[in-house]
Design a protein around this ligand. Structure first.
Ligand SMILES: [Zn+2]
Length: 341
């Protein structure tokens, strides 16, 4: 079965002006996938617009009206870094609906794995608020659709964007059907995602936060995978893996201070693909979140798709010379908190 990709030129129409989260990001990815020949080896899954019912499984009616009204009246900013342009409401609906389409293609066995190459990103959007470049929470909307429409019983969301997905965490903090695992740089925007937080009420244990210090690199991330992410997801035993994938933990990214290389991203992708094979018949769907160096982003997406296809990928950007921060004692503390050892 082929690997599915969801993409549509409509994603370029969310106009943020001079902004790190711009249409050039996806243009760079598509150009690179065409140049390398990857594009023609993918099964192109058409996106659809998320319906109001789809969005209301995560967001308030007031939030939908706020975004729609701002777009209708010419656009503006929701906060200092979150822009709504006249086309943004429809584009954001296609981003959420594109993520649903990726999962649907997977569950209907039209593809063996799926990647939603979408924008605007989603993981910071809360029930009632757009923030951090995000308008609607694409992965949360697709997760609720999977649970409430497609009959999925349990799913895990792995968020490897360098920022904490506060919106996704908030959406599932009380939901025992979902395990939300986030690796992020501690004390970076939006400042949430502390490791002692693990969900509330029936969702106790639903949140698994791994806030890593600045200058964590490939070794630290892979240790966190081996000792925390993989055992936590195995214990949860999901039917489906959803991945919020951001390439902004790369050492060249302008918005963070991590030292992950493309080799590290490839290793994380390989690890998640193997985990999906082991636990959920290979059912894995990924949705793009951040990544603000366009060269890193283009090569990073290519590497992730190569991982899904089981083909080689390269890292011409190399590794930084700076020393990596040691994260062993932090990992020990988080493992104890979640009774993993
Ligand atoms: Zn990010």
């Amino acid at each position: 079965m082929p690997i599915g990709i969801v993409y549509h030129p409509i994603y370029l129409e969310h106009d943020t002006g001079r902004h790190p989260e711009s249409a050039q990001r996806l243009e760079a990815v598509v150009a690179h996938l065409r140049t390398t020949g990857m594009w023609s080896h993918l099964e192109h899954v058409p996106p659809r617009a998320a319906s109001t019912d789809d969005l209301l499984r995560v967001h308030t009616a007031q939030h939908l009206e706020t975004i729609a009204h701002l777009a209708r009246t010419g656009g503006g900013t929701v906060d200092v870094d979150t822009v709504v342009s006249p086309r943004s409401d429809e584009v954001a609906r296609y981003a959420a609906g594109g993520t649903i389409a990726a999962v649907e293609a997977l569950l209907q066995r039209r593809v063996s794995a799926a990647y939603a190459l979408i924008r605007p990103p989603g993981h910071h959007a809360t029930a009632s608020r757009a923030m951090g470049f995000c308008l609607y929470n694409n992965v949360a909307v697709a997760a609720r659709w999977s649970l409430e429409v497609a009959g999925v019983q349990r799913l895990a969301i792995i968020d490897i964007d360098v920022h904490h997905g506060n919106g996704t965490a908030e959406a599932f903090a009380t939901d025992p059907r979902v395990l939300y695992v986030s690796l992020h740089q501690s004390n970076l925007f939006p400042g949430t995602g502390r490791w002692r937080e693990s969900g509330r009420g029936p969702g106790e244990g639903a949140l698994f936060h791994i806030p890593l210090p600045p200058h964590t690199g490939d070794e630290g991330y892979l240790q966190a995978f081996e000792r925390l992410v993989l055992p936590a997801v195995r214990r949860f035993a999901p039917d489906l893996l959803l991945v919020s994938i951001g390439y902004d933990a790369h050492w060249a990214d302008p918005l963070s201070s991590m030292l992950v290389s493309l080799v590290g991203y490839r290793a994380m992708a390989d690890s998640l693909v193997a985990l999906a094979g082991e636990l959920c018949r290979g059912h894995i769907a990924l949705a793009l979140e951040g990544g603000y160096d366009t060269d890193v982003l283009a090569r990073g997406v290519h590497g992730t798709l190569a991982s899904l296809m089981g083909t080689e990928s390269e890292d011409p950007l190399g590794r930084p010379r700076e020393p990596e921060t040691d994260v062993n004692s932090l990992i020990d503390a988080i493992a104890r908190k979640h009774h993993l050892e």
